[in-house]
Ligand binder design. Structure first.
Ligand SMILES: Cc1cc2nc3c(=O)[nH]c(=O)nc-3n(C[C@H](O)[C@H](O)[C@H](O)COP(=O)(O)OP(=O)(O)OC[C@H]3O[C@@H](n4cnc5c(N)ncnc54)[C@H](O)[C@@H]3O)c2cc1C
Length: 475
């Protein structure tokens, strides 16, 4: 990797990264390390260290294997670990208060959860400390010209080294060599590409969520076991909660946005909300004395998914993270996938020669990532079904399928791996993980259950292994 050269304050950076959310700082650090001059533009103000963590929006992300890989590359893994909590699985709360543990991994591996804003601050601080990388807050990108390329920015006026102001007060036109859009699901950078008739598909899945915080117990400790992601699945409805280091939990209530049945349209008042919790989440109500006030004051956020045909333009523009693919949050992979995008883009640029063939690297990046992103986006939507369906309401056929599949994972622990483990604890390309999962489902449904049914559960371990071995397609 080429050493980053220090940038004098009046030297325009050849690379502009738009957006310092979760993925932008990671991309900017990779690029600054490899090429030197990078400007990172963020429309929000820089958070002061003492600023309180904002409330009202679902505030946690889980970091899994792909995320850790990038954080390790950037040298911030230990810092991120120090602000994260380990989770060993989900803990399902039934309507009657029965608890069912669902470990994330058969080997006891943990995933880590961290407050989103704390992780974001840490990543922005790492970007500020990176030689060659300048972070500009309060800089809103209004438009991008992909052919030049140039970025029209509000909030950069009067800064040395910013060329070609348009003459409109408060705006500057920043010319550069490459623009990387990390500006999230409603990306301005993407707009510049999709203006050229490329397709964008946005969807809310008809689902919304509202943050409901569970305070720390009277002794300041966690009111629920903190080693778990807690879920209260009630079919299309779900309440879930992540622990915080301070003893409280950040909960999210997921409901359909609309509909005559239970939805954010019908649960409008704080009284409706308390009644809903009393009916569906009775073991939580007493833990949240200010439930009514929270329901009243916190916004409803939509789940937004987005896919688009084009992520790149020649050698000038690339999209990374949610600007290219916003996915449903239920597998906890959106940010992890964005970090993996950043790493793979960096690898493509590393292979791109000297001077770098940016057009070739962008094209390789897009073709390497797209099939996998499409796969994990699909899996993430389906996973809601899994999370929100109470195990107590599973049909006999579902239970048989789960038990046979569980047996398969147990008896052939190295040959068969559950999809969640593949996505969270390995860096196996998502599309391959999905293919393996579908092949396992076919084996269980069509071959094993289709032929032997319930008898599979009564077989000895060796008999079961024999049956499976005879049924598996030869590779
Ligand atoms: C409820 C929920 C839970 C989730 N949980 C997880 C999880 O557990 N694990 C996981 O991996 N992912 C999770 N995700 C997904 C994850 O939050 C996103 O994938 C991730 O934040 C994407 O990062 P990003 O940098 O691409 O976009 P963002 O984080 O949205 O950042 C975009 C940045 O660009 C800035 N910006 C936007 N427009 C402009 C502009 N015009 N000019 C300048 N700046 C601009 C914004 O201010 C923002 O800072 C979750 C998402 C949701 C909704």
């Amino acid at each position: 990797m080429r050493a980053a050269e220090p940038l004098s304050s009046d030297q325009p950076a050849p690379i502009v990264v738009v957006g310092a959310g979760m993925v932008g700082p990671v991309v900017a650090i990779y690029l600054a390390r490899r090429f030197g001059g990078v400007t990172l533009l963020e429309r929000q103000s820089a958070p002061a260290p003492a600023d309180p963590v904002p409330t009202g929006r679902s505030l946690h992300v889980v970091v899994s294997a792909r995320g850790w890989h990038a954080l390790r590359d950037l040298g911030v893994e230990e810092q991120v670990l120090s602000i994260s909590l380990p989770l060993r699985g989900r803990l399902e709360h039934s309507l009657t208060g029965k608890l069912t543990e669902q470990p994330y991994s058969r080997r006891g591996q943990e995933i880590w959860c961290v407050e989103r804003s704390r992780l974001n601050r840490l990543l922005r601080a790492a970007a500020v400390a990176t030689p060659g990388l300048r972070v500009r807050h309060d800089a809103r990108v209004l438009a991008v010209e992909p052919d030049v390329p140039a970025v029209l920015v509000e909030g950069l006026e009067g800064i040395a080294g910013i060329e070609g102001t348009t003459g409109v007060e408060g705006r500057a036109r920043l010319t550069c060599e490459h623009v990387v859009g990390c500006d999230g699901a409603f990306s301005r950078v993407r707009e510049a590409l999709t203006d050229r008739h490329d397709r964008v598909q946005m969807n809310t899945l008809g689902l919304g969520y509202k943050e409901i915080r569970i305070p720390a117990g009277p002794d300041g400790g966690w009111p629920l076991p903190h080693q778990f992601f807690h879920i209260w699945p009630r079919n299309r409805l779900l309440f879930s909660a992540f622990p915080n280091p301070g003893g409280d939990f950040t909960g999210s209530l997921f409901l359909p946005l609309h509909g005559d049945d239970i939805s954010f349209e019908t649960i409008q008042t704080d009284g409706d909300a308390v009644a809903l919790f009393q009916q569906l989440f009775p073991d939580v109500v007493s833990l949240i004395p200010d439930l009514a006030e929270q329901y009243e004051s916190h916004p409803v956020n939509s789940i937004v998914t987005m896919s688009c045909d084009r992520w790149i333009w020649r050698d000038t523009v690339a999209l990374v993270g949610d600007s290219a693919h916003a996915m449903a949050p239920f597998m906890g992979q959106g940010m992890n996938c964005g970090f993996e995008d950043a790493r793979i883009l960096d690898e493509c640029l590393a292979r791109a020669g000297e001077p770098a063939d940016w057009a070739g690297a962008f094209a390789e990046y897009e073709s390497l990532r797209k099939p996998h992103v499409e796969a994990i986006a699909e899996v993430s939507i389906q996973h809601y079904q899994h999370l929100a369906s109470p195990t107590t309401t599973a049909t006999a056929q579902d239970v048989l399928r789960q038990r046979v599949t569980g047996r398969l994972y147990d008896v052939f622990s190295t040959k068969f791996t559950p999809l969640y483990e593949r996505c969270a604890f390995t860096e196996e390309p998502y599309a391959e993980a999905l293919q393996q999962h579908l092949a396992t489902e076919r084996l269980v449904d069509d071959v094993l259950i289709g032929r032997d049914g319930n008898a599979l559960l009564d077989m000895s371990r060796n008999e079961f292994a024999d049956v499976v071995n005879r049924s598996r397609p030869r590779t």
